[in-house]
Write a protein that binds this ligand. Structure first.
Ligand code: ADP
Ligand code: ZN
Ligand code: ZN
Length: 652
């Protein structure tokens, strides 16, 4: 009789033993299905043996999902680590790590046109970074942070490193933020590596993912480019993990286990002796701090490739949020001039839709989402839309509170500004890039093509326009309202806004003509803007680090967020109070630990679920994890759910 020890893709810890029915081929490294309580779950086979289990009768495996192994012990070890760190079961971590497809299909069409590979020669600065990465890696210093200004050509350095590693017969994982997949990095990599490259992200079908996973696992493809879950891809011998734009929030997962791909990569680099190379023009405070302390080697690229200058940055005070005030005189002037000279502009307004509020001019009532604790956004075409849960309804003709017909649309989003630009700048060739336009399939491709061929005068959009684009004809960048998001109750708000502003500014003046950035703000005294005007990321870093230190926030502590969500607010409040009580009891007397709350989360209701949370600040994580497990095991559940977030990225 043969048995299999498996991890179950379910929130239960430990290995389970099932019997292998006669005639079914089951080997370690495949997925099978098996009965668990009253359901059928996917299981991950760790071991096959003939020791009859003691004290219970093993149930039969139902079916085998794979014919050949798709993972090995190294992935199990990694998932044990992830489960341990982020507090889930190992099976949940494996389910997250592995593709869910069932039969590998071979159909995957590259959406980008094939062009001839142009090979680049590194300039002196790039070469010296390349050499010092190789050099110190050879001596065992495997982890690196490249701090390179926008346009310094970090991609070319990554590519040379990848070539070197592949030349030694090892494999490369190249992580990119969500949106970049559709951008130029992918195209560039594809040009260089051709059929040796696979992509890996959630827009592929499950079967395509499985097919690509297998090509990488077998060593048939040597380089994989993809979003955060690519950090789990297995290879015969992994030589390099690149994390491009390492500051990007999309490296953090937002369902159980809530891992950070940066940390998982860090772990793999240590376990598999692979180089880890992260890069950014605006590195996260945490990574820069770790580099300062010698955990990563810090390398910098101070000049732009090809010698183009950093753009000049001008801060302009604007008054109020009325649409007619959205384009200041200097911004109009420079944009008009740029367009007349055949140049292009990028405008950032970090708010989608037409207007963020519909407010009654008589009684002041605001149209709110019935499921969420926020106002509904006005969208063009007469609809109101909730940006959190997707709830939508027609714009009413009259106030639902007092019946007045004086409904005002307050503030501006990208849709409204698009109209304003067309009218006031007489620039009909505006391309809008936001979540609404990006949901169309070919948006990214169309954008790249039109920008390149000069069919766009102004690219207008939300933070998406700040991400990695390399357009050489853009000479004006306008930030329409820099203040959006600055005052959110989240300690990372400044860091996020600063990086966003610096990144969008970095899209400017990449060609031979100099660039000009106009930052419009309601408050030109803001400290962030001083650093921005001087392109001084390091100054910002020092300033922000001092603030974090004073308040004991990361990197001077670790945070854990425990959040209860559920439909019944009273019950949620009661349950979060119990969670907080357990944490206080378990952590009393542990030095350097503080339990904050419970309190309503800033977004106190999303999708009909009330949200209350507790935040734990700690210096040592082991006692906190132990306490969290106790709180989790004692959590009554029912119709509410406990979200465990270790090192949360988002506190809203
Ligand atoms: P970053 O990611 O650092 O902002 P990019 O990698 O987008 O910068 O590079 C900026 C531009 O310079 C790109 O158009 C890139 O093709 C070009 N470039 C960078 N390094 C080289 C090189 N060594 N040879 C040729 N072109 C390069
Ligand atoms: Zn009213
Ligand atoms: Zn909603």
């Amino acid at each position: 009789m043969q048995y299999a020890d498996v991890y179950v893709g379910y929130p239960i810890d430990g290995l389970f033993t099932y019997r292998i029915p006669d005639g079914l081929r089951v080997v370690p490294g495949i997925r099978v299905t098996a009965p668990l309580r009253s359901r059928t779950v996917t299981c991950f086979v760790a071991r096959v043996h003939d020791d009859e289990p003691d004290g219970f009768k093993a149930k039969d495996i139902i079916s085998a999902v794979d014919e050949e192994p798709i993972f090995d012990q190294r992935l199990i070890d990694l998932c044990v680590y992830v489960a341990d760190n982020y507090i889930s079961s190992t099976g949940e971590a494996l389910a997250m790590a592995l593709p869910s497809g069932r039969s590998p299909s071979k159909r995957f069409k590259n959406p980008f046109p094939e062009s001839t590979p142009k090979s680049a020669t590194l300039n002196d600065e790039q070469k010296s970074v390349y050499e010092s990465v190789i050099d110190s890696s050879g001596k065992g210093g495997l982890m690196h942070l490249i701090f390179g200004v926008t346009g310094s050509g970090k991609t070319e350095v990554y590519i040379e490193l990848a070539k070197q590693v592949i030349g030694q017969g090892r494999s490369v994982i190249f992580l990119v933020p969500e949106i970049s997949l559709s951008s130029q990095v992918f195209e560039r990599l594809h040009n260089v590596f051709g059929g040796d490259l696979i992509v890996y992200h959630s827009r592929l079908t499950a079967n395509q993912r499985l097919y690509n996973w297998m090509r990488f696992y077998s060593g048939d493809a040597k380089i994989a480019v993809g979003t955060r879950s690519s950090v789990f891809l297995q290879a015969p011998s992994l030589g390099l993990i690149v994390i491009d734009e390492e500051h990007d929030g999309s490296y953090k997962e937002n369902s159980t286990p809530r891992y950070n791909a940066r940390r998982v990569a860090f772990r793999r680099s240590g376990e598999e002796k692979a180089m880890l190379v992260m890069g950014s023009a605006t590195p996260s405070i945490e990574s820069l701090y770790m580099a300062e302390r010698g955990v990563f080697r810090l390398h910098s690229l101070k000049g732009r490739y090809g010698g183009s200058e950093m753009p000049s940055i001008e801060v302009v005070r604007v008054w109020g949020r009325r649409p007619e005030n959205m384009l200041s005189a200097p911004l109009r002037l420079y944009t008009r001039k740029a367009i007349d000279e055949g140049r292009q502009a990028i405008f950032l307004l970090n708010r989608r839709g037409f207007a963020p509020f519909l407010i009654c001019g008589d009684c002041g009532a605001v149209e709110e989402c019935p499921n969420c604790s926020i106002s509904l956004n006005v969208h063009s075409g007469g609809s109101l839309l909730c940006h959190y849960c997707g709830y939508t309804r027609k714009t009413p003709d009259a106030c639902r509170a007092c019946g007045s017909e004086k409904l005002e649309r307050v503030g501006s989003g990208t849709q409204r500004v698009e109209e304003t630009i067309r009218e006031e700048l007489m620039a009909p060739r505006v391309f809008r890039l936001d979540q609404d336009s990006a949901s169309r399939k070919d948006t990214a491709y169309e954008l790249l093509k039109k920008m390149k061929e000069g069919e766009v005068d102004i690219l207008l959009g939300t933070q998406m326009v700040a991400k990695g684009f390399d357009f050489h004809n853009v000479t004006v960048v306008g930030v329409l309202l820099a203040d959006i998001g600055m005052n959110l109750p989240d300690f990372r708000a400044s860091e996020r806004i600063f990086a966003l502003l610096m990144q969008v500014a970095g899209r400017c003046g990449r060609g031979s003509a100099p660039g000009r950035v106009i930052i419009q703000t309601l408050n030109e005294e803001h400290a962030l803007l001083r650093f921005l005007g001087r392109h001084d990321y390091e100054g910002f870093y020092r300033h922000e680090l001092a603030a974090r230190k004073a308040l004991g926030y990361p990197p001077f502590s670790r945070l854990v967020r425990l959040l209860v969500r559920g439909k019944r607010e009273e019950r949620v409040e009661k349950q979060i109070a119990e969670v907080a009580a357990v944490m206080r009891r378990e952590l009393s007397g542990v030095p350097g630990t503080a339990v904050l709350g419970p309190s309503k989360a800033p977004l106190s209701k999303i999708g009909g679920n009330f949200r209350h949370h507790v935040i734990i600040k700690a210096r040592e994580m082991d006692p906190v994890r132990r306490a969290v497990r106790i709180a989790r095991d004692g959590f009554a559940g029912g119709d509410s759910y406990l979200e465990i977030d270790i090192d949360p990225f988002d506190l809203m």
